[in-house]
Design a protein around this ligand. Structure first.
Ligand code: ADP
Ligand code: MG
Length: 607
């Protein structure tokens, strides 16, 4: 028998689509508060939100005679006609949230508009109005949701442990606080204040409040504009990384999103700075013109579709690279590292974050992917187009850098130049000391050498004209049977790096020319390690495999030879200055560190 469901049943079914768990309720209520123009929002939960959720705001409030209406399905003040759907600037618009929440809990609304003398209190239990009275209350709205799913026990069973539910809520509120630094947001869990942002609009300060002092100090702030898209970001330098993506949060026009497109941009920016499997900390805030993307995919899913994905990836990548190439990316020696005594204030939000902000406005400039050093090794296929690549490289260098420097409105990120520093000498056979007027620098000569070697190797790889040098006594290399079997996968790679290599007996090869930038010892070490690595990898067409081999081999290539002459020091510094990424070796260790005058003054207790 076909029947029309009664209202109660229909409501419960519909509610299931909006209300899955405490997180969904908090999300809807907080978004309503933001839509109501609140400057102050408090979120409180108990027992993972299962028994108690409260969201209080100081927004516009709901008129007394509209309170019950607000709980009706498809009741919304945000759109009137279907055409409005094309220009949505509020977070909610379906008019389903309050109805759905009230259908599966005991919900209480307390609200007052500024122009009304008294407020209104409405209680709705399982979708039925239980109480509706006038009462005194401050301007704004409080909604309390008790006993979630009390009337749908089957769904109650699907909720996870309290701690799982609460951490989902806390993560969400944290992200909202990041997205809206101009709103004061307080999070209370089981009667304990977890954090309170100051609402002053300073994103760096907000990050400091929400993460830890230590993390905050390691982040480099940047802003990058191109093609009407803005990326504001806080990213960690190469010296700091995590083993998962958990410390990466992306916002697009104020909404938290998951995005492979953005992740790809991050990966590319860091690919020669971090090991495989390590992830930088990234808070990225993108502003993309609404007509260039689709947000209306699913209300609960954190997904957007960008119409031009490549552009987004490239802008993210370039923004981060500009940040990483600025001198703010130099790892600083912090007082807190050496003096371990002062406890750091945590999560109270009472301290100011001294922000490392560089605003970088860049003209759009076109850089093809293959110009990026990270991709060079993977472009084995494209090596014939190398002259074109070289030309683009020149364009990249001349186009991008002067723009960064000449922007007078912003503190531009200057490219770091070692040749402007005074050299003081070499210490412990390992470190070169340098200084400028407000800092001392120590270059790790081995790390620097690895970086230079890696970049020269990549350059050679990419260049159709190989700069090779004949050697007087050829190097003879023996390989295993299985390596010999796989010859076709690795031999061309060596040739493409500028080695002249030919068969020399059943399992031997003779190398009579090596890349011009290597000395014989380096070439021998490199070959040893390169051939050693072959067995570990199978997919030689994979960009990451090539990167890994090259990275490993670079390490082997640069051994000992500790004492450097002045001339060698100068050459090393000049070569390092020319590197695209002078800040870390290919394995992610810093090539140099900086101790500022300010750090010194702190240690001598002058400040
Ligand atoms: P939607 O947000 O999709 O419009 P909701 O069910 O979430 O639908 O809310 C229904 C209506 O109730 C909103 O359109 C708004 O007018 C009003 N409302 C809800 N929460 C608040 C709030 N915190 N402050 C002011 N008005 C609110
Ligand atoms: Mg809503």
């Amino acid at each position: 028998m076909i029947r029309i469901l009664d209202k109660n049943t229909a409501d419960k079914i519909a509610a299931g689509e909006v209300v899955e768990r405490p997180l969904s309720i908090v999300k809807e209520l907080v978004e309503n508060s933001i839509d109501a123009g609140a400057g102050n929002i408090v979120v409180e939960i108990k027992n993972g939100g299962k028994t108690y959720i409260r969201v209080t705001d100081n927004g516009c409030g709901i008129k007394a005679d509209e309170c019950e209406l607000a709980f009706m399905r498809h009741a919304t003040s945000k759109i009137t006609v279907a055409e409005d759907l094309n220009a949505i600037d509020t977070l909610g618009f379906r008019g389903e949230a309050l109805a759905s929440i009230a259908a599966v809990s005991r919900t209480e609304l307390l609200t007052k508009t500024a122009d009304s003398k008294t407020g209104k209190k409405v209680s709705i239990y399982g979708g039925e109005v239980a109480e509706s009275v006038s009462c005194g209350c401050p301007d704004g709205t409080t909604i309390v949701v008790r006993d979630l799913f009390y009337n749908t026990p089957a769904r109650l069973k699907f909720l996870k442990a309290d701690s799982t539910e609460s951490s989902a809520v806390i993560d969400f509120v944290t992200n909202i606080a990041l997205a809206y630094p101009e709103i004061r947001i307080r999070m209370i869990n089981n009667d304990k204040i977890l954090f309170a942002t100051n609402g002053k609009g300073n994103r760096g300060a907000t990050i400091g409040t929400l993460t830890s002092n230590i993390v905050k100090e390691k982040l480099i702030a940047f802003e990058y504009n191109e093609d009407k898209i803005t990326v504001e970001g806080y990213v960690s330098g190469p010296g700091e990384s995590r083993s998962s993506r958990k410390s990466q949060v992306f916002f697009v026009n104020g909404r938290v999103v998951d995005s492979k497109v953005i992740e790809k941009g991050i990966n590319k920016a860091y690919s020669d700075r971090l090991f495989e499997g390590r992830f930088p900390i990234c808070y990225l805030f993108l502003h993309v013109p609404p007509e260039r993307m689709d947000v209306n995919i699913h209300p609960n899913k954190r997904q957007v579709r960008f119409y031009d994905e490549t552009v987004i990836t490239e802008i993210v990548q370039r923004g981060i690279i500009t940040a990483l190439n600025s001198n703010k990316a130099v790892p600083e020696v912090k007082e807190s590292i050496t003096y371990n005594s002062k406890p750091q204030p945590q999560s109270a939000g009472h301290y100011e974050f001294i922000e490392k902000t560089e605003k970088i406005n860049s003209q759009p400039f076109k850089v093809k992917e293959k110009v990026d050093i990270n991709n060079i090794l993977s472009n084995y296929e494209h090596k014939k187009e190398n002259l074109e690549v070289e030309e683009q490289m020149a364009v990249f260098e001349t186009n991008s850098m002067p723009v960064l420097k000449s922007d007078s409105q912003n503190t531009a990120a200057q490219r770091f130049n070692f040749l402007e520093l005074t050299v003081h000498g070499q210490f412990f056979g390992t470190y070169i000391q340098l200084s400028d007027i407000d800092a001392i620098y120590y270059v790790d000569q081995h790390a620097a050498h690895e970086r230079i070697f890696f970049e020269k190797l990549s350059e050679q790889w990419n260049n159709s004209k190989k700069h090779s040098q004949p050697i007087m006594f050829p190097i003879v290399k023996d390989v295993s049977h299985s390596d010999k079997e796989k010859e076709s996968s690795w031999l061309p790679l060596l040739k493409n790096m500028g080695f002249f290599i030919e068969d020399f007996g059943p399992l031997s090869y003779k190398i009579s020319e090596i890349p011009a930038f290597m000395d014989i010892k380096e070439a021998e070490n490199f070959l040893d390690d390169f051939i050693d690595s072959i067995g570990e990898y199978t997919d030689f067409n994979d960009e990451r495999t090539l990167n890994k081999i090259a990275t490993r081999a670079c390490k082997a290539a640069v051994k000992a030879n500790d004492t450097l002459s002045d001339e060698e020091i100068n050459r090393l510094l000049a070569d390092l200055s020319k590197c695209k990424n002078p800040f870390s070796c290919p394995h992610g260790r810093p090539t140099f560190i900086k101790i500022t005058k300010n750090d010194m003054e702190k240690r001598f207790k002058r400040t």
